[in-house]
Design a binder for this molecule. Structure first.
Ligand SMILES: *Cc1c(COP(=O)(O)O)cnc(C)c1O
Length: 355
């Protein structure tokens, strides 16, 4: 730390992204990216737009917003595109939390929530998941705080129903409920339609997982007009050109390729079920996932040890050292071929370990 670093941030522990190693070729099952490249139309759209890279982008992303409004069935003033959904979450924490309005979220959830709370000096309350690692919606009724819930949750992969989320929204009329739908396309129920009914619901979505654009950085906030207006105040006070023009075009093109992404999501879900079945046959406990990853543990080997041994064999998964989940690994669903290599390595490791 330099002597110039503001005291406000000196105790901040930043978010730790999943490893992106350059030293060898790994099978990367650790950051929940899609194993499928975007379709050619998306690649071409971004490439064409590069010719205009000397000009600032449209700060309102009007072409993308118009298309997104059509796809999500809401009006244009209910959508705000951002630089990944991490940015819309950051804006939301700035806009809807402060010393008097803390934030609540599950003790096991997306790691960025507590980082944003610390960054902005927002008090946070972590509500323990139930013993089966699911969320009890009633724990969030009358929270007297901004509520942040990933649905499906990460890294557990478990989902609440639309009805359960609606109950949380209904029972917090004086507070904003942020529903992070990063994984909703893999079997969850989106509450986007409820944004037309409730003035306290903000839904965040990302193009990073189901739409094969993690490296392009594109997210969306969807909420009633007044919440979006507040978020725009934050956006125009930080970075008006938060979405670059190549990404805005790629995002537009991606929204025109719904059939392609639906097909890929179906494929990922089917490989997920296959992988879960094989892991269970090896004695793993596998949580029922509505995402593009599995959260699994084995009685036969510790979470950290399995992670290390897979890495030594060229397969990267994600391990978290938090006490309640240290026995688990989070395994992104890749192609069938990648998952067969992963499963083979797991079998080898267990065999060696049992000897
Ligand atoms: C991946 C992820 C995000 C953020 O993704 P971006 O790449 O910033 O769009 C947000 N929430 C959860 C739960 C995630 O897993």
């Amino acid at each position: 730390m330099s002597k110039f670093f503001s005291e406000r941030f000196s105790a901040l522990t930043p978010y730790t992204p999943g490893e992106q190693p350059r030293d060898q070729r790994y099978i990367k099952l650790n950051t929940n990216e899609s194993p499928f490249a975007p379709p050619q139309s998306v690649v071409e759209a971004a490439r064409r737009e590069t010719e205009k890279a000397h000009l600032y982008s449209d700060p309102t992303c009007s072409k993308l917003v118009k298309k997104a409004a059509e796809v999500f069935g809401v009006s244009e003033n209910m959508i705000l595109p951002t630089n990944g959904s991490d940015e819309i979450l950051n804006f939301a924490f700035m806009a809807f939390c402060d010393k008097r309005t803390p934030v609540v979220f599950p003790d096991i959830s997306y790691g960025f929530y507590s980082v944003f709370a610390d960054l902005h000096g927002i008090p946070c309350r972590k509500i323990p998941l139930k013993d089966d690692l699911s969320i009890d919606p009633r724990d969030y009724f009358h929270a007297n705080a901004t509520v942040a819930i990933a649905n499906p949750n990460a890294p557990t992969g478990l989902a609440l129903s639309l009805r359960e989320i609606e109950e949380i929204v209904k029972n917090n009329p004086e507070n904003v409920v942020i529903v992070d739908e990063a994984y909703v396309d893999f079997g969850g129920e989106s509450v986007v339609p409820l944004t037309k009914k409730y003035d306290n619901l903000l839904v965040t979505q990302t193009f990073s997982k189901s739409r094969s654009l993690a490296g392009a950085r594109l997210g969306l906030g969807i909420a009633c007009e007044s919440l979006i207006a507040d978020l725009n105040t934050i956006k125009y006070s930080t970075n008006p050109y938060n979405v670059n023009r190549m990404t805005a075009e790629a995002g537009y093109a991606a929204l025109c390729e719904q059939a392609y992404f639906d097909e890929k999501c179906r494929e990922i879900c089917s490989v997920r079920e296959y992988t879960a079945k094989e892991l269970k046959a090896l004695g793993f406990t596998v949580l029922p996932s509505k995402t593009n990853f599995l959260f699994a543990r084995s009685e036969r080997i510790g979470g950290a040890e399995l992670y290390e041994k897979l890495k030594a064999r060229g397969v990267l998964v994600r391990h978290f050292s938090a006490a309640r989940i240290e026995a688990f690994n989070r395994i992104t669903i890749g192609t069938k071929e990648q998952m067969d290599v992963f499963l083979q390595k797991v079998r080898e490791i267990l065999e060696e370990h049992g000897r």
